[in-house]
Design a protein around this ligand. Structure first.
Ligand SMILES: Nc1ncnc2c1ncn2[C@@H]1O[C@H](COP(=O)(O)OP(=O)(O)OP(=O)(O)O)[C@@H](O)[C@H]1O
Ligand SMILES: [Mg+2]
Length: 283
């Protein structure tokens, strides 16, 4: 069930070249090693769901894909190009191709929905005001929202905020969308609405998606492939059905929601004395 992909060679029929590769990545914060010889290939046009206990490094892994964090060792590749060595200016061209839905939504509270959506266009494009308006409308249509342009985030429900954040993540028409717990905190109906959107964006925009989630209903619904992280590595890799049949006890505990102290990375990380506070703006 484990899959180690390599670039296709001329004489071997093979899967398409991975769009994103993390190769032998180590990442520590102080004494705490979060990623440990971590390997993952993300294939184009697929939806890869990433599961794993809290504190196991899922958000840290996503941040490596957009250069918000850099590995201590190893490589991160995007479309064949090594990106972990790029400077901020060079990273811009990568970030333009990747829409990131942050774990906490991260809308600007003092800006209206319209201003939130226009922000990436003002930052990254030469679009005129009317082009920005049109693109914002298209993005809001895509997430099935209308009539909220002039509202502030505080005037929206949790589900609406997620949709606006998603509209903002796709407003530059990225090739890749990274979702960090897109359904967390939503009721099952709203959560299913987000699942439908993930499927719709894949179908209509042909995006490559990476979905970090604890929501097994969502994982089953949106995943072409599921990987499970534990101890800084991928411990299982396959379809959701294959994972369900896995003999690995860690996988079984996670899928059945059975607590096992040994696997509790959150408890483990709390026991690391004087751990530095989170310095990232996004979590
Ligand atoms: N910038 C940082 N500085 C120090 N420690 C960090 C930083 N970012 C993450 N960590 C630590 O790395 C570990 C993994 O964090 P991460 O946010 O990736 O977990 P996660 O798998 O996304 O968890 P959750 O499911 O709760 O979101 C945690 O112990 C966290 O405290
Ligand atoms: Mg996280």
């Amino acid at each position: 069930m484990h899959r180690q992909d390599h670039a296709p060679t001329a004489d071997l029929p093979s899967k398409p070249t991975p769009l994103i590769r993390l190769i032998d990545v180590d990442k520590s914060f102080g004494p705490q090693k979060v990623l440990d010889s971590f390997n993952l290939d993300i294939h184009p046009f697929e939806t890869t769901v990433v599961l794993g206990p809290s504190g196991t490094g899922k958000s840290v892994m996503l941040k490596h894909i957009v250069g918000l964090l850099r590995p201590d060792r190893g490589e991160v590749r995007f479309d064949g190009r090594r990106i972990d060595l790029l400077n901020e200016r060079e990273l811009k061209s990568v970030r333009l191709q990747v829409g990131l839905l942050f774990q906490m939504g991260a809308l600007f509270d003092s800006m209206t929905v319209q201003e939130n959506l226009e922000f990436p266009m003002i930052e990254h494009t030469a679009c005129t005001a009317s082009e920005r308006r049109d693109r914002a409308t298209v993005a809001l249509d895509m997430v099935d929202l209308s009539g909220v342009q002039d509202k502030l985030p505080s005037q929206l429900s949790g589900g609406q905020k997620k949709r606006v954040a998603l509209a903002r993540a796709i407003v530059l028409q990225p090739r890749v969308v990274l979702y960090d717990e897109p359904t967390t905190g939503l009721d099952p109906i709203r959560a299913d609405g987000i699942n439908e959107l993930i499927l719709k964006l894949k179908r209509k925009l042909r995006v490559t998606s990476v979905v970090v989630t604890h929501d097994l209903v969502s994982a089953r619904k949106v995943a072409d492939r599921v990987v499970m992280l534990l101890g800084g590595r991928v411990i299982a890799d396959g379809t959701y059905d294959q994972l369900e049949k896995s003999a690995d006890s860690h996988v079984q505990h996670f899928l059945r929601g059975q607590y096992n102290r040994e696997e509790d990375t959150a408890t483990e990380s709390l026991s690391v004395a004087q751990k530095p506070p989170l310095s990232e703006a996004v979590q």
